[in-house]
Write a protein that binds this ligand. Structure first.
Ligand code: HEC
Length: 149
C-alpha cells in the first residue's frame, strides 16, 4: 500500500469515528422537549412515538408494515431470514390462521397485532386474503379479532 493511500484510509477511519461518536452522543442525551420515542424504526413514524400504527386501511397497513418483510408484491424473500410469500398462499384459506399469526406472532414474525386496533387487524387480514392472487372472500370483523386476542 502506498503511503498516500494509507494516509487516506486512516483519515477515512478517523472521520467515521467522529461521525459515529457524534451519533452515539446524540442518542445518549435527549434534549428537553424531545418527543418520547418508544421504538426506533421506520423513519416516517409508523413505528415510533405511540407504539400504535395509524394506517387507516388494509392496503396502507400492508405497504407500510408487512411489505418490509413479505415484500411489496407479497412474494416473500430469503436471505438474512426466510419470509414466506403471502401471494397465492393456501395457508390463508382459513381466516383464523393469518389473524392468529398477526396477533400472537410466529417465530420471526412479530406479534404486530398488538400495535393495531381490532379493526386494523381485520382490515389487513381481509386485504391479504383478497389480494396477491388470494381469493378468500369471507371477510373477518373487528369482533372476530377481539375474540381471538
Ligand atoms: C419483521 C418481519 C415481518 C413483518 C413486518 C411481517 N411478517 Fe409475516 N412473517 C414473517 C416471518 C419471518 C414469517 C414466517 C414465520 C414462520 O413460519 O416461522 C411470517 C409469516 C407470516 C404468515 C404465515 C404464512 C404461512 O404461510 O404460514 C402470515 C399470514 C403473515 N406473516 C402475515 C403478515 C402480515 C399480514 C403482516 C403485516 C401486518 C406481516 N406478516 C408482517 C415476518 C414478518
Amino acid at each position: 500500500m502506498k503511503i498516500q493511500t494509507l494516509a487516506l484510509a486512516i483519515s477515512a477511519v478517523a472521520a467515521l469515528g467522529t461521525v459515529s461518536s457524534a451519533i452515539a452522543q446524540d442518542a445518549a442525551q435527549p434534549k428537553p422537549g424531545d418527543p418520547v420515542i418508544t421504538q426506533r424504526g421506520d423513519a416516517d413514524g409508523a413505528f415510533v412515538t405511540s407504539g400504535k400504527f395509524s394506517e387507516p386501511d388494509g392496503e396502507k397497513m400492508y405497504r407500510r408494515v408487512c411489505a418490509a418483510c413479505h415484500m411489496a408484491d407479497a412474494m416473500g424473500a430469503e436471505g438474512a431470514g426466510k419470509y414466506p410469500a403471502l401471494a397465492k398462499n393456501a395457508n390463508l384459506a382459513a381466516s383464523g390462521y393469518p389473524m392468529l399469526v398477526i396477533l400472537k406472532g410466529l417465530n420471526g414474525m412479530p406479534p404486530l397485532g398488538q400495535m393495531m386496533t381490532d379493526q386494523q387487524v381485520a382490515d389487513v387480514v381481509n386485504y391479504v386474503r383478497t389480494h396477491f392472487g388470494n381469493k378468500y372472500k369471507d371477510a373477518i370483523s373487528a369482533a372476530d379479532v377481539k375474540a381471538m386476542r
